[in-house]
Design a protein around this ligand. Sequence first.
Ligand code: PLP
Length: 478
Amino acid sequence: MSRNAESTAFRSALEVVRGVEPRVADAIAAELADQRESLKLIASENYASPATLLAMGNWFSDKYAEGTVGRRFYAGCQNVDTVEALAAEHARELFGASHAYVQPHSGIDANLVAFWAILADRVESPALRKAQARQVNDLTEADWFALRRELGDQRMLGMSLDAGGHLTHGFRPNISGKMFDQRSYGTDPATGLIDYDRVAEAAREFKPLILVAGYSAYPRKVNFRIMREIADSVGATFMVDMAHFAGLVAGKVFTGDFDPVPHAHIVTTTTHKSLRGPRGGMVLCGPELADQVDRGCPMVLGGPLPHVMAAKAVALAEARRPDFADYAQRIVDNAQALADGLLRRGATLVTGGTDNHLVLIDVSGYGLTGRQAEQALLDSGIVTNRNSVPQDPNGAWYTSGIRIGTPALTTRGLGATEMDATAELIHTVLSQTTPGSGPDGAPSKAKYVLDPAVAESVGKQAADLLTPFPLYPAVDLG
Ligand SMILES: *Cc1c(COP(=O)(O)O)cnc(C)c1O
């Protein structure tokens, strides 16, 4: 495809938008400029291909398509059927799954679909059957009460938030924490690694209906074969949320015991993180749960987003190409180069390194909170996010960690040399930042002091690092 085609497509699209609300067109153009200029180390973000982006901006957005392929509650869904079936086929082939459900609008939605599918499969609840049979209007007050009572007793065991687990794995701020009686497993305080014997012990004591594995801030591989054995030993359904590392599974960096698909009863994911697709979610499972999963809409989802399913089909087709495996391996090589560079300069890393796409710096070694470090780095043109470390003394708001990830910069083409240079820039900022104090002179967890000349110099070096690796090189907005 010619570079010209991509430039023409985006330029024309903006011209049309500009004709209605120029401020939106300007914001879209400004977003590209900002993304091009920033050293993006946010572990959950990436850059989708122009083909993926363009597949989303069209009239598929206008279509209602509740139901599933071939069984719709609306007429005229033949073209939606085509893209949904294609996305599901690519997902099944890519991950070796027998069933794929590509409708979830986000990772949270994919998890809700999975939770309800497991509940419907495992829990004898007449009220739930009624709700699922689209007889929601027939549910009496007593039915709703029964539904809450029958389902509210169910137990979930997942990874604790401060060890890197996710809010949707049974924590209070999310509906999953209200749906389930939740307990969590953490990591070994000495090594920072999952202690499988402790997980087995927690499972024996707690007897969960669902054992969840998966994380958004754990820098190591998880042995899904052992986790499945633990689930089987207590009769739990084993669910893996691979939202963060789906790209590493797709690219065959995580294989054997570390590939969740052959080991889990059900796997959920986002499509926009290391997988590099459009913003969305997906569920993979075996034949046993397939029917329940397909009831995601209308059980917990509204009508599917056909334009996003079209983009999922495009991105999954890209992920099936051989160069995606190469990309996935470079993500991990880059994370290791970044970790090595930081360690050599004296940083403290949770677990002492990484074997996936992310690195977690314990910034208490620099005398800073995560919030101070995040802001000081941002002032210097380096975009990261603060994150709890295991047993974090600063809680979930200020935190003691900085999470950095390599999927986005790897998409741009940066390699080991640039990762070492990035480690130098991060270390420079963190070692030159000192905690500030509040108006009363008391130590602050948010305020910090960083010489603006240092921030400016690092910002300039960060920009120079990106110059040889233009983002969306074929897109020239003129
Ligand atoms: C990002 C993430 C999610 C949520 O994804 P959204 O698309 O933001 O809803 C769920 N689980 C894990 C493990 C994640 O990392």
